[in-house]
Design a protein around this ligand. Structure first.
Ligand code: TRP
Length: 356
């Protein structure tokens, strides 16, 4: 289990009910169905999702509503929604015990997002760095949905009163905004403790997987080079080929953490090895210190194929059985709706919407 850090815990009245059931809380997290899943998605998010299910009640959502904040091909969107659900299952998330679903199956997400659009301030949204990155230079041409994206993410979390969200570095600002929205709603409507102040769960180990072609850039589905990333569905040959071609430098393997830090390509490969082997990076540095990259790459290929091969294989198998994946999503959507609807009804009453 990687080390988990949370922010200092204020007394959280929402946790008591979970403690009574031997749980630490309720988790919601989401993955966008935009592009193929790669090693960074797996080590940074999906693997951790599976590890949290013993301690938390978990809802894992394929966020298709978020996906359309940027243009998507409809057929691809549907296929990728299934692929993410398949990855959740292949990674070992128990769809009976936990909930795997697609966001658009639960209308309450969008309904609560509207209320949050009216709680959040334009000034808050203007500070969101992800909007600035995704909108690029021509901000006027970005969709209104891309701008409101963080309010929808807050709704994803708070429509289930989730107490914890596993997030990567890049989503910390959005979770902070979620907390601000919860606080403002609770204050504005004099409903103390109605929404929990959701805590981030941040994983210590190698959550930042970088490009195999450039150790200073994040591994990304939008990188034009296929050799920059290992996809979860890559077979053993593809994994081996990409590791063989992974960028290194002309020196032997680093012998200290300080040396590794100055060599981003080596550091990235060491971090990937450590994450796959569930070891501390320092231990991996010590094990390969001064060796040739070729020897290290052989070991990295071996562990990558051993750990990722079965997951990719299971995903391929599941994607050939879309009926099964769809049934999982349908069932998860029903159970999520049953949880979300009473909370939305309470929000509507609190806001003053007549329920005749
Ligand atoms: N914004 C997240 C990302 O791009 C995806 C997401 C949507 C999410 N809703 C969420 C993550 C709720 C955590 C909780 O990675």
């Amino acid at each position: 289990m990687p080390d988990v850090t949370t922010t200092a815990a204020a007394p959280n009245p929402h946790l008591a009910a979970y403690a009574a059931r031997g749980l630490k809380g309720r988790i919601l997290s989401g993955v966008q169905p935009t592009g193929n899943l790669h090693l960074g998605n797996y080590l940074g998010a999906i693997r951790n999702f599976a590890r949290l299910q013993d301690d938390y009640e978990c809802l894992y959502c394929v966020v298709d509503l978020h996906a359309i904040t940027q243009p998507q091909d409809p057929a691809q969107l549907a296929a990728q929604t299934r692929e993410i659900a398949a990855a959740f299952l292949a990674a070992g998330i128990d769809a009976k015990k936990q909930i795997i679903f697609a966001q658009s199956l639960v209308p309450a997400h969008a309904q609560l997002a509207w209320v949050f659009n009216c709680v959040a301030r334009v000034g808050w949204m203007n500070r969101m760095t992800q909007f600035k990155e995704k909108a690029g230079k021509d901000r006027e041409a970005a969709s209104l949905g891309l701008y409101a994206y963080p309010a929808l993410m807050a709704a994803d979390i708070l429509i289930y009163k989730a107490t914890h969200v596993p997030v990567g570095e890049d989503q910390k600002q959005h979770l902070e905004l979620t907390r601000d929205i919860a606080i403002k709603f609770n204050n504005d409507f004099k409903a103390p403790d109605f929404f929990p102040i959701t805590e981030p769960l941040i994983f210590g180990a190698a959550t930042r997987v970088m490009s195999l072609r450039d150790g200073t850039k994040k591994m990304s589905k939008s990188d034009p080079s296929e050799f920059s990333r290992i996809n979860l569905t890559d077979d053993a040959d593809a994994i081996a080929g990409k590791i063989r071609r992974a960028k290194t430098d002309p020196h032997p393997m680093p012998d200290t953490a300080a040396d590794a830090e100055k060599r981003p390509d080596a550091d990235n490969l060491l971090g990937i090895y450590a994450a796959l082997a569930d070891q501390e990076k320092d231990a991996v540095i010590a094990a390969f210190a001064g060796k040739q990259f070729s020897e290290f790459k052989g070991a990295l290929t071996e562990i990558a194929v051993a750990k990722l091969g079965p997951i990719g294989g299971e995903m391929q198998r599941l994607m050939k059985d879309p009926g099964h994946v769809d049934a999982v999503l349908r069932d998860g959507g029903e159970r999520a709706r049953a949880m979300a609807e009473p909370i939305l009804a309470e929000v509507y009453r609190t806001v003053g919407f007549l329920r005749p």
